[in-house]
Write a protein that binds this ligand. Structure first.
Ligand code: PLP
Length: 365
């Protein structure tokens, strides 16, 4: 009999009789563990089939662990040495690639240079869209068309599976830092990659070897988060859109970055089903204004991470993108906002008072 099909008390008797090891009992007796690891309704199955239209999905202990597994399984683990990466990327991803720590050599390039950057030993193409922190959009199908069969991994964290499905456009992997929108409450660190079953097997191998498994409580929290992802995202996106209209008119703001604003290629609509709830702004008063803004908010929390119910603000050049090479680092005048579920008038009032302070600090310098 399969231990998973055995009623718990019978399993307990088997343990008492020395037929099953106690560690196995602990795993089998917890319904939540069964649910995410094995059940047809499990976390991986839910994310793969229902949300990302994939054959499989593999959960990791963090988004960075997922990225690490994707790199290792497609480079050193596959006898290849080279990666092509489209910038900008999340600072941690950029740093991991640039550090050479995983033994891969990386060519950073723009979207239209991917084809020319591929070598015989290229094992992976990495891109992120919308990209952290300036919401740059990449045309996934256009990159796949240049890929010459090299697998394309898309970091889909900002869009979520609800707004964008990279596998439908020919990408091999859709990666999520589930720490963000999928978890949704800022209380779990996790990563997920949706992909083919063949790729999933390679990823699971690296996950096992490197110990990058998702903790059962983390898996439970992702289940909880997924239940409200659609309503959260809808409300967060609606808040973001209302704030954008006001931010664009604010004299302290020189530029607003948001997917609809510079989308000459029509990616929103064709590739994305919505614009999301991440915003970045360039301050007219430069770094001094950015520092004053992040230091003056009261309802927004000055913190990294994103995608949760609480609105966050952070300065990428000093925090999330600090380790990025100077030529690719976001400007010191840029601040990133993750819009949460608070009352939109309260969010606006908080931003307006903090922007006014940012203006006055610059004026008195
Ligand atoms: N990808 C993106 C776009 C991110 O913003 C982050 C973290 O901020 C990561 C990956 C890394 O995820 P984690 O923090 O879960 O390791």
């Amino acid at each position: 009999m399969n231990w998973l099909d055995m009623p718990v008390d019978a399993t307990a008797k088997a343990v008492a009789a020395g037929e099953v090891r106690a560690t196995e009992l602990a795993r089998l007796a917890l319904g939540e563990i069964r649910r995410w690891e094995h059940g047809p309704e499990g976390l991986n199955a839910f994310i793969s089939y229902s949300l990302e239209h994939a054959e499989a999905a593999v959960a990791f202990s963090s988004g960075m662990a997922a990225t690490t597994a994707a790199i290792l399984s497609h480079t050193t683990g596959a006898g290849k040495r080279h990666i092509v990466a489209v910038r900008p990327l999340y600072g941690g991803t950029d740093h991991l690639l640039d550090s050479g720590l995983l033994g891969a050599e990386v060519t950073f390039c723009d979207e239209d240079q991917v084809g020319d950057s591929i070598r015989p030993d290229t094992g992976l193409i990495v891109l992120e869209t919308p990209a952290n922190p300036t919401l740059d959009l990449v045309d996934i199908a256009a990159v796949v068309a240049q890929a010459q069969g090299v697998p394309v991994m898309v970091d889909n964290t900002f869009a979520t599976p609800l707004l964008q499905n990279p596998l439908d456009l020919g990408a091999a992997m859709s990666l999520h830092s589930a720490t963000k929108y999928i978890g949704g409450h800022g209380d779990v660190i996790a990563g997920v990659i949706a992909c083919s079953e063949q790729t999933a097997q390679q990823l699971r191998r690296v996950r096992a070897i490197t110990g990058a498994l998702l903790h059962p409580l983390g898996a439970y929290l992702l289940h909880r988060g997924l239940a409200t992802l659609p309503v959260r995202l809808q409300a967060q996106q609606s808040n973001a859109r209302a704030l954008i209209a006001k931010l664009r008119d604010n004299p302290a703001v020189a530029e607003v970055f948001y997917p609809e604003l510079d989308d000459v290629r029509g990616i929103v609509g064709r590739q994305m089903r919505g614009r999301g709830a991440m915003i970045a702004v360039r301050l007219a008063g430069g770094y001094a204004a950015a520092e004053a803004l992040t230091g003056s908010v009261r309802l927004f929390t000055h913190a990294v991470s994103l995608g949760g119910v609480d609105s966050l603000i952070q300065h990428p050049a000093a925090l999330t993108h600090r380790p990025v090479a100077a030529e690719a680092r976001p400007g010191a005048d840029i601040v990133r906002l993750s819009i949460g579920l608070e009352n939109v008038d309260d969010l606006l009032a908080d931003l307006e008072q903090a922007l006014a302070r940012a203006q006055s600090v610059v004026a008195t310098v």
